[in-house]
Write a new protein. Structure first.
Length: 101
């Protein structure tokens, strides 16, 4: 189950190719692939660049005319499907950050 407090990661075995505004993800280990439309590609771009999935969610709210509950549900469904197929991973958002002194 994807947590919006976590950071999305791209496994090293996953390739992504952008085709116009769409994209294709391929897990080289399992040979599973998944095509994303323009909206799915934008979600992928933001969640893999943002410090947390939640931060990407708020950016998407700004970019798209969508109810927050609908976006949260659709994002969760997409990200859980990608995670189940080894096409995206997560880690706690504070992993890899330096502790404050």
């Amino acid at each position: 189950m994807i947590s919006f407090a976590d950071r999305a990661t791209v496994p090293s075995c996953v390739l992504i190719r952008f085709l116009d505004q769409e994209s294709v993800l391929l897990n080289l280990e399992t040979e599973r692939y998944f095509g994303l439309d323009a909206v799915g590609t934008r979600i992928w771009q933001l969640v893999t660049a943002a410090p947390t999935i939640g931060a990407a969610f708020f950016q998407l709210i700004e970019e798209f005319d969508v109810e927050p509950e609908t976006l949260r549900s659709n994002m969760s469904e997409l990200l859980n499907h990608l995670a189940e197929n080894g096409l995206i991973g997560t880690q706690p958002a504070d992993v890899g950050t330096a502790a404050q002194v």
